[in-house]
Design a binder for this molecule. Structure first.
Ligand code: UDP
Length: 456
């Protein structure tokens, strides 16, 4: 029998590339052949960042297609990215698959497409190829997307997704609550971007019906209410290749591994790990308050400061900050985050609450300090603080700033209360049981692989 050949295509953002690559790594380990399609732009970034880890390149075949944007255009502009990719990549993907399929032994058996690139499912259907959608965020978020027609019907939002008034909503008991101003499409970029994201999500609700499977990087025990609310969404996570398979893959930036040696020198459960994912930017005032908050907390910290974190300009630290922290603080431009969170010296994770970061913290039993910015981060904060109770959020002052005193107070509160640590440990155990042999996610993943192998 031919080895099944899977073509996987992630949405063109860091938080989508990493988990899909992890899923592909799991498939490779089970003997499948995988072709992974990035945009040209992201492909180059992954290749450059991974130049030392040829192991993965050898296994997953990395290819790329143009994303329809000019080289100088801002790929952090989600509205533009959605529009360009939707128009151009569909044609490019169809051409790519048709070309691959010219070789009988290479024929694609199954397409796994990021739900956010729903059009890729239509391409697969047109070419008569089996297809699955992959959702790299919380099931509750996809359930929210599926609920758009009902939210319009109930006058929570208008036909363009704009909230009709400020209220808190909850799709079902035990699901996260969120303010309507924090609905994912309503707190992302400017009004144009918000409109495009809403339209894209609405359109994807139709495309996803073409998928035979909707696979979600989450676990039933993490989100039982969401999976009961939308049973068509199937959990197969947390994937977390670095934790489970000892490798990490798909980073757009080279990981600074030296911080692991620095962590080795720190006492157990002492370090605040501070990281805000791949998108978040800071203005100077907030950046300085964070720096000073870490300084007055007087604990060791590892802080990821991306080169592009500075709100369109290069970032600067408060006067005397770097001298004052000395070797107590370590700053890197990109960390091997999964390994960091698995390190025994970590006490807590100060995070923007991206879903991957959330899963990575949960899977390592690390309590959280939540600093959400946009998109689904508020919903994830609600999971962390209200549903799982493994973290604390910050209060902002009248001008929207999180002040240094607030940062110190929350660090002290979180680390002074052993209950957070205990609950985080219990949540880790509960979550990781899902991916153990015979666990809920493991069974679904095995069924999925059987389906790929089957003739129907
Ligand atoms: N990440 C990393 N090193 C860093 C910061 C982040 O490897 O220094 C990874 C992190 O482990 C996660 C991803 O980047 O897998 C960020 O995804 P997330 O969903 O948390 O946030 P996003 O970047 O999408 O906002």
């Amino acid at each position: 029998m031919e080895i099944p050949h899977i073509l996987a295509i992630p949405f063109a953002a860091q938080g989508h590339v990493i988990p899909l690559m992890e899923l592909c790594q799991c498939l490779i380990n089970q003997g499948f052949k995988v072709t992974f399609v990035n945009t040209d732009h992201n492909h180059m970034r992954v290749i450059n960042a991974m130049s030392n880890t040829s192991h993965i390149e050898n296994q997953i075949r990395l290819v790329s297609i143009p994303d329809g944007m000019e080289p100088w255009e801002d790929r952090n502009d989600l509205g533009k990215l959605c529009e360009a990719t939707q128009k151009i990549m569909r044609v490019n993907l169809e051409e790519l698959i048709t070309k691959i399929n010219e070789s009988e032994s290479e024929k694609i058996t199954c397409v796994i497409a990021d739900e956010s690139f729903g059009w890729a499912l239509e391409v697969a259907e047109k070419l008569n190829i089996k297809r699955a959608a992959f959702w790299p965020a919380a099931a509750a978020l996809l359930a929210l997307g599926f609920s758009i027609p009902k939210l319009i019907h109930d006058a929570v939002i208008n036909n363009n997704g704009v909230p009709m008034n400020n209220q808190k909503i909850q799709l079902a008991p035990k699901m996260p609550t969120m303010k309507t101003e924090h609905l994912v499409w309503a707190c992302i970029g400017d009004a144009t971007t918000q409109g495009i994201v809403f339209e894209t999500m609405s359109r994807n609700n139709q495309y996803v019906k073409l998928a035979d499977w909707i696979l979600c990087n989450s676990a039933n025990d993490l989100e039982p209410a969401a999976f009961a609310f939308a049973p068509e969404i199937l959990p197969i996570g947390p994937m977390l290749a670095s934790t489970r398979l000892g490798i990490s893959s798909g980073s757009f930036w080279a990981e600074d591994l030296t911080c692991l040696e620095w962590l080795d020198l720190q006492p157990p459960s002492s370090v605040i790990y501070v990281a805000f994912g791949s998108f978040t930017v800071f203005d100077k005032t907030q950046f300085h308050e964070l720096a000073l908050g870490l300084e007055i907390s007087k604990r060791p910290f590892l802080w990821v400061v991306r080169e592009d974190i500075g709100d369109g300009r290069s970032h600067s630290y408060p006067d005397g900050f770097l001298e004052s922290i000395g070797s107590r603080g370590r700053i890197v431009s990109w960390a091997p985050q999964q390994k960091v969170l698995g390190h025994g010296s970590i006490a807590c994770f100060l995070t923007h609450c991206g879903w991957n970061s959330t899963l990575e913290g949960v899977s390592n039993g690390v309590p959280f300090l939540c600093w959400p910015y946009f998109a689904d981060q508020f919903m994830n904060e609600s999971y962390i603080c209200d549903v799982w109770k493994v973290g604390l959020g910050f209060n902002r002052d009248e001008s929207g700033i999180i002040k240094q005193g607030e940062i110190k107070a929350k660090v002290d509160q979180l680390l002074g209360d052993e209950e957070f640590k205990t609950r985080a440990f219990n949540l880790k155990e509960l979550t990781m049981n899902n991916v153990m042999a015979g666990g809920h996610s493991d069974i679904i993943f095995k069924n999925f692989m059987e389906w790929i192998n089957s003739q129907d």
